[in-house]
Design a protein around this ligand. Structure first.
Ligand SMILES: *[C@@H]1O[C@H](CO)[C@@H](O)[C@H](O)[C@H]1NC(C)=O
Ligand SMILES: *[C@@H]1O[C@H](CO)[C@@H](O)[C@H](O)[C@H]1NC(C)=O
Ligand SMILES: *[C@@H]1O[C@H](CO)[C@@H](O)[C@H](O)[C@H]1NC(C)=O
Ligand SMILES: *[C@@H]1O[C@H](CO)[C@@H](O)[C@H](O)[C@H]1NC(C)=O
Ligand SMILES: *[C@@H]1O[C@H](CO)[C@@H](O)[C@H](O)[C@H]1NC(C)=O
Length: 457
């Protein structure tokens, strides 16, 4: 642009002004168009060139504008060395694939409550309750009649109590625990928690079963440093001989690692852990802070939600997994007027009896097929725990059982020699009652990211 101040006189024509502008502007080409000595073809050539240049400028600017319109979000990594102690250790949820223990069922069959049932009938009921898969509605009607006669009803927690009595409990599954290298009492570390795979055992969770809105005021554990010795290590007893009704065709456990305040979707996203292995789960936490200006961007473009933007019907705090649980709950209530007995929803909601299971199965299928039904964005400000799993055979020939394991009542009738021999000559023994799994969970580095609105171009 011109920076020479020219006194504006009345007589000064528009033409002269334009000429002056063309001669002094930094836009290339204009100078040659306006030159007095330029010939007509010369001028036409320069005008054409100028227009082509202008066209390209517009095209490139338009592309930039479009880009900004489509993804107006900027994600920056602040540090890959965020202090681990700032964030809680993740919740580790362990679900046995065995939902009914042969021992517990045998014991239950000898009680008064069981006098109406034949063994195959009660096993079928328990199978439906643990897998939610129904074959035909007449069978369900017949079985639900039996439950009613035995005074086991879905209201007043009848289903929950039955399942609790028959499923392997946490103290039988988790037989040795250590935290930061020191042995601790597993009963204090693991609680029974409601998950999408029924009741499971979880470490460092603040959610209690059946009523997600009443959190325990337990203090969450924080790891002090990273590495194998600074995390959780547990020994699990799969007790394959005790399998009676299972939710999956494998032997062992499903394990999920997630944010302590989230609903454990172990059935859906858990990894498999089989006996005879040591599984090492290295957890990498990622913290993301979303800034408030994100709210001004359309939700479809930023793909994450800010606080208090979406309110859930049955839960106070929004998280992606709770939103999905909320959506499923709403869906089940609308179609079947009840929710499965193990859902951690407010206690006032009706619990499904066996007759509603065909309906639950259909409603669930519908949600699986139509992803837009329960579409839940994650929060912009959130913590993720990603895990890297590695494994090796366990135990090796020199491993020694901890004393607390040797002294457990279920192993007392086995001699120390037997256990030692089991460890040392693993392949010689076909007795599968003592298949162990060692699960190590520890944190690695934490990444800290920021997500914010891009400045307008
Ligand atoms: C299930 O448990 C019952 C009672 O203990 C037992 O009689 C039955 O054989 C078991 N079935 C299987 C498949 O393990
Ligand atoms: C059924 O169970 C309820 C509570 O669980 C009890 O109050 C009631 O007396 C029982 N009825 C029979 C017939 O056992
Ligand atoms: C777990 O089961 C065992 C035997 O089946 C029983 O003795 C123990 O009390 C149960 N523990 C809990 C916490 O229910
Ligand atoms: C999925 O659900 C949405 C919302 O209820 C509905 O509009 C859409 O038609 C469904 N799509 C299919 C394929 O069922
Ligand atoms: C397998 O282990 C059980 C104890 O759980 C023991 O009673 C049984 O004798 C063992 N069987 C074999 C073949 O070693």
């Amino acid at each position: 642009m011109t920076n020479k101040r020219t006194p504006i006189r009345k007589a000064y024509s528009m033409l002269n002004l334009s000429k002056e502008f063309a001669a002094n502007t930094s836009m290339h080409g204009l100078k040659f168009i306006a030159q007095d000595e330029a010939s007509l073809p010369e001028r036409i050539l320069w005008i054409a060139l100028f227009l082509v240049g202008l066209l390209f400028a517009v095209i490139f600017s338009w592309n930039l504008w479009q880009n900004w319109q489509e993804s107006p979000v900027l994600i920056t990594i602040q540090t890959a060395n965020y202090p681990i102690k700032e964030y809680p250790f993740p919740t580790v949820t362990i679900c046995s694939v065995n939902k009914v223990s042969t021992r517990a069922l045998g014991h239950w069959m000898s009680t008064d409550e069981a006098k109406n049932f034949k063994l195959d009938e009660i096993r079928r009921i328990l199978e439906i309750m643990s897998t939610n898969r129904v074959e035909n509605e007449e069978e369900v009607a017949r079985l639900s009649q039996l439950l009613l006669q035995a005074n086991i009803s879905s209201s007043n927690e009848g289903y929950e109590n039955l399942m609790n009595r028959l499923s392997p409990n946490c103290s039988e599954m988790v037989i040795y625990c250590s935290w930061e290298g020191k042995e601790e009492d597993c009963a204090h570390l693991f609680d029974s928690e409601a998950t999408d795979d029924g009741f499971c055992c979880s470490f460092n969770s603040i959610v209690i079963r059946r009523d997600a809105n009443s959190m325990t005021n337990k203090r969450l554990r924080h790891a002090r440093t990273s590495g194998v010795y600074a995390g959780l290590s547990v020994l699990l007893n799969a007790e394959i001989e005790d399998y009676n009704v299972t939710s999956s065709s494998i032997s062992g456990f499903k394990v999920s690692i997630q944010d302590p305040k989230d609903f454990a979707r172990t059935g859906r996203i858990g990894f498999l852990a089989s006996p005879g292995f040591q599984i090492d789960a290295a957890v990498n936490g990622q913290t993301q802070i979303g800034n408030d200006q994100l709210r001004t961007i359309d939700l479809k473009k930023r793909l994450c939600t800010t606080t208090q933007e979406i309110t859930l019907q049955y839960f106070d705090d929004y998280t992606g997994p709770y939103c999905q649980l909320d959506c499923l709950t709403t869906h089940f209530l609308a179609n079947c007027f009840c929710v499965p007995y193990y859902y951690p929803v407010p206690a006032r909601l009706p619990v499904c009896n066996l007759l509603s299971y065909p309906c639950l199965e259909k409603a669930n299928e519908l949600v699986v097929q139509n992803s837009s039904l329960c579409d839940c964005p994650d929060e912009c400000t959130t913590v993720w725990y990603r895990n890297e799993i590695s494994s090796g055979t366990f135990p090796n020939s020199v491993w020694e059982y901890p004393n607390s394991v040797l002294n457990r009542p279920e192993f007392q009738h086995l001699s120390t020699n037997y256990l030692d021999a089991y460890a040392k000559y693993l392949n010689l023994f076909q007795n599968r009652s003592l298949f162990l799994l060692k699960l190590l969970t520890h944190q690695t580095q934490k990444e800290f990211r920021q997500i914010k609105r891009l400045p307008q171009v």
